[in-house]
Design a protein around this ligand. Structure first.
Ligand SMILES: NC(=O)c1ccc[n+]([C@@H]2O[C@H](COP(=O)([O-])OP(=O)(O)OC[C@H]3O[C@@H](n4cnc5c(N)ncnc54)[C@H](OP(=O)(O)O)[C@@H]3O)[C@@H](O)[C@H]2O)c1
Length: 267
């Protein structure tokens, strides 16, 4: 396989799926990952023939090794990676918001090992592959890594302490890698969404006994953002023509949630 190749971790639904869809629309071939191979297959089928299904559990080192072996056998390289595989509560005993001391260690470890360690493990595989690329974008660009954080990388909501910890970690991880590899032709950036209408947001609002449609994100428009809006930003960052000066930074895509005090609920 030749051409422009991307990998999206956590691509079978939500923001990751939409990013894969928009990349394919722009003629990228995309490795579409999910933990369950059948879900990866189903997502790839919906996305069309430039979608390459790949089983990947970012918490599992064997799964990571297998997945990247498959990538190197199937496409030899990748030019773009969007790392978004993530969970809010993990597989601990709690499935909804709770004060910190009520969270069990498994819940904490699962959120950390998915959102933060899983991103680290993915980047450890992606970076050497990208460093071997010929330059394909402006200013000697060889690869783009876009990591996904959250409003919770910058401020915290009550009841989701482990999630906030994991997202603060993602911020440091991205900044560190950007300083290590910017000189070598990699653009490494982070985006921080606020509230985006996805299965994850719906499930987490419902777990609080609330209706997601009645509870929009507390941003300046009192409107839950769409995955399309997030993917539009990713497409800009992934472009071979994007300025190299956007590097090592976090793009606030919260519609004002980080600009000042959270907006009050709509009357
Ligand atoms: N939606 C929002 O309002 C919002 C706001 C800020 C930040 N975010 C962040 O955006 C990311 C994705 O959110 P989303 O709303 O699109 O969620 P989503 O609809 O639940 O999608 C999450 C994706 O991550 C995958 N995933 C979970 N655990 C994984 C693992 N161990 N290995 C590989 N893939 C795994 C899921 O695949 P499986 O089918 O295998 O579970 C799924 O494809 C999360 O990190 C979330 O924190 C979301």
């Amino acid at each position: 396989m030749t051409g422009r190749l991307a990998l999206v971790t956590g691509a079978n639904r939500g923001i990751g799926f939409e990013v894969a869809r928009q990349l394919i629309e722009r003629e990228w071939s995309v490795w579409v990952t999910a933990r369950d191979p059948a879900k990866a297959e189903a997502a790839a089928e919906k996305l069309g023939r430039s979608a390459l299904p790949l089983a990947l559990d970012v918490t599992d080192s064997q799964s990571i090794e297998n997945a990247f072996c498959e990538v190197s056998a199937g496409s030899e390289t990748i030019h773009i990676a969007f790392n978004i595989a993530g969970v809010v509560f993990g597989r601990g005993s709690l499935t909804g918001n709770a004060p910190l001391a009520d969270v069990d260690l498994q819940g904490f470890d699962d959120v950390w090992s998915t959102n933060t360690r899983g991103m680290f493990s993915s980047m450890k595989e992606e970076i050497p592959v990208m460093l071997g690329n010929e330059a394909w974008g402006r200013y000697g660009l060889k690869g783009v890594i876009i990591n996904n954080a959250s409003v919770s990388a910058h401020g915290v909501f009550p009841g989701i302490g482990p999630y906030s910890v994991s997202k603060h970690g993602v911020l440091g991880l991205t900044r560190g890698a950007a300083l290590d590899y910017g000189k070598d032709g990699l653009r490494i950036v982070l985006i921080s969404p606020g509230g985006v209408d996805t299965p994850m947001r719906r499930a987490s609002i419902e777990a609080q006994g609330r209706d997601p449609d009645e509870n929009p994100a507390p941003n300046v428009q009192h409107r839950t953002n769409t995955s399309e809006e997030m993917a539009d930003v990713v497409m800009y960052l992934a472009s071979p023509n994007a300025p190299s000066s956007i590097h090592g930074t976090d793009i606030d895509v919260t519609m004002g949630m980080l600009t000042g005090p959270f907006a009050p609920p709509a009357a």
